[in-house]
Design a protein around this ligand. Structure first.
Ligand SMILES: [Zn+2]
Length: 257
């Protein structure tokens, strides 16, 4: 079975149960209340979100240092994911920012919790309808983030997953590629995990400590795809970066002109 299918189904079930048809009607606190889940905020040290489940009841704790509304919402949805994905079984989860922001992707339960959160906050059908016929770019991502009341990086990841324009999304941390997701219709397909960020790219400037623009910029394919089978000389792409300063990470979007 494809990973995350169950997690996505759990999120869909919840939306259906409470007759939620658009983002404005999605109230995580109300759902939590009906589902024996309590949400509190407190200063956490090593995690950004926690969940403790006992006898079918859960307590979600969110780090009160998270200021951005969209990130707080995603963190709550992520912890709800653990609650529903585990079938409300007794247990506890201590989730780091790297887990919740999807920077690190090595624990199945964490990936599933993120899949749940993405489907709950940005159901596939709604995203498809919202982005249909619209030109891909920074403006569309900002509009999507605003409409769904989520962070720009969450909108970008979701778009890369199900949007209709071929884009590549690359997560890098400390100057190294952690992972990438490349739409199958994109010209290039291969970026090696663990490879160093190429100094031709704009993302490289972020790791050099320079201030970078979040505007799309033209870039040679060489900056990212020199190892690709389809490598072409003098081929231009757009590159746009979403810095995550707290994690020394950057989410890079690439798309074709
Ligand atoms: Zn988690």
């Amino acid at each position: 079975m494809e990973m995350g299918i169950l997690a996505k189904a759990n999120a869909k079930k919840l939306l259906k149960k409470y007759f939620i048809k658009d983002p404005a009607k999605l109230d995580l606190y109300a759902i939590a209340g009906y589902e024996d889940l309590f949400i509190e905020e407190r200063d956490l040290f090593t995690s950004e979100g926690q969940l403790v489940v006992k006898e079918g009841m859960g307590i979600i704790t969110v780090d009160d240092k998270i200021i951005e509304k969209g990130q707080k919402k995603f963190t709550i949805a992520h912890e709800m994911g653990h609650f529903f994905n585990s079938g409300k079984k007794n247990g506890s989860y201590f989730c780091s920012g790297l887990d919740i922001r999807g920077i690190k992707q090595d624990i199945t339960a964490e990936i599933d919790a993120n899949d749940f959160a993405a489907e709950l906050l940005m159901p596939e059908e709604w995203i498809v309808n919202f982005t249909k016929g619209k030109k891909f770019g920074k403006k569309l991502l900002s509009e999507t983030a605003e409409y769904f009341d989520i962070s720009l990086s969450a909108a970008a990841l979701r778009y890369a997953e199900i949007g209709n324009h071929p884009v590549a999304v690359i997560m890098s941390k400390d100057g190294v590629v952690k992972w990438s997701r490349i739409n199958k219709y994109f010209t290039f397909h291969f970026i090696r995990n663990g490879s160093k960020i190429n100094d031709l790219s704009y993302a490289y400037e972020f790791f050099k400590g320079e201030k970078i623009t979040d505007e799309p910029e033209e870039i040679l394919a060489d900056a990212w795809f020199r190892e690709d089978f389809n490598y072409k000389k003098d081929y231009f792409l757009y590159e746009q970066n979403i810095p995550m300063y707290r994690y020394n990470s950057v989410l890079t979007l690439l798309w074709e002109k």
